[in-house]
Design a protein around this ligand. Structure first.
Ligand SMILES: [Zn+2]
Length: 230
């Protein structure tokens, strides 16, 4: 094929790809959970849109933010929400701690995002091979404040139920830790509990797979039934 023809075909392909890129209305019209899942599908397939990552977006959001979702996830360097959900500036209100653990400070941050910024979805995203949960599973002495992380996980009712039934199984303990986070949010009074109960704000327990880059929604009801959790 002649170089000019290859160039022309390449230019047309680039033009078509650019046409498929989202404008604000495409993303804003999506339901929050579907938007996260679609973004993750783009990340996994390599067809990234990199939305809202321009200087124009910086300017546009300088006077205010309206993130559509709160993402609570692990501080693990391999679990970066904007990257794995293919989002940009002003889209996600993120809270990250080792083991995606929630104390009062983190709960206050979630409340702020929901009450003042209008976020409509709270996703708790655990991940495979989580070091914090692994430290609990493996036991032994943890130095300094790392011990607090392990202690917190050990005291979760969901963890205790899983351990009592099947022992310290890492994937099950990771799932139990996510369910605990979701349950904390569901019982967070006075701000979150009512909004979640009324459906105004959606909760999503999720799991990120370090090997594939995929995020899946955990079936909370099924898991609670399986481990005889309340
Ligand atoms: Zn982790």
């Amino acid at each position: 094929m002649k170089p000019f023809r290859i160039f022309t075909i390449g230019a047309i392909a680039l033009f078509l790809a650019a046409c498929q890129r989202p404008d604000h209305t495409t993303l804003d019209s999506q339901a929050p959970l579907q938007r996260l899942l679609d973004g993750n599908a783009r990340f996994v397939s390599g067809d990234l849109w990199h939305p809202h990552q321009t200087a124009a977006r910086v300017k546009e959001t300088a006077s205010g933010q309206h993130p559509f979702a709160v993402v609570i996830t692990c501080s693990d360097s391999r679990v970066s929400p904007e990257i794995l959900f293919d989002e940009g500036i002003g889209d996600l209100f993120t809270i990250r701690t080792a083991g995606n653990l929630l104390s009062d400070i983190e709960l206050g941050s979630v409340e702020y995002a929901v009450e003042h910024l209008g976020a409509k979805l709270i996703a708790v995203v655990g991940h495979t091979e989580c070091g914090a949960v692994k430290a609990f599973v493996e036991g032994g002495e943890a130095p300094g404040h790392i011990a607090d992380l392990v202690e917190t996980i050990a005291h979760e009712a969901e963890e205790q139920a899983v351990v009592a039934q099947i022992g310290k199984n890492l994937p099950a303990c990771i799932a139990a830790n996510v369910l605990h986070g979701v349950d904390q949010l569901r019982h967070d009074h006075p701000i979150l509990a009512d909004k979640i109960a009324s459906g105004e704000v959606q909760l999503a327990p999720m799991l990120y797979d370090l090997k594939t880059g995929k995020v899946k929604v955990l079936n909370e009801q099924e898991l609670r039934k399986e481990y005889h959790l309340r």
